[in-house]
Design a protein around this ligand. Sequence first.
Ligand code: 5GP
Ligand code: ZN
Length: 124
Amino acid sequence: MSQPVTHAPDNCLFCKIAAGQIPSRKVYEDDEIFAFHDIHPWAPVHFLMIPKVHIASMAQAGAEHAALLGRMMVLAPQLALAQGCNPYPAGGFRIVTNTGAEGGQEVHHLHIHVMGGPRPWLKG
Ligand code: 5GP
Ligand code: ZN
């Protein structure tokens, strides 16, 4: 099992986005969480939620991250509605966290994709 990685590598794209060093279209920010629109959206609404602390993937999430990840999951539906997703049950949204190479993860800073809006979507 890999070691937890919570320190920020110098070259982490999403650490830089969270710090404002690389521009993004911000959806939400608080002390612990940053959310921004995906640069290549699959759906009419497609944003990413990240912890500001560097966690490489869900495979490195530990008990110390449980409250933070819980906050992200509870916040996701509120942001989804605010970004234009239609209400449940006719509307809704999809939450995806790709993890590792076989899970399709490209950026190794834990992130939650939140996708929604009327079908069809480009993917997913
Ligand atoms: P993954 O494949 O790791 O789950 O998803 C990474 C996501 O980050 C992709 O959907 C990709 O479009 C998005 N992405 C990659 N680089 C950037 C960037 O510089 N800015 C933004 N806003 N999104 C990015
Ligand atoms: Zn990072």
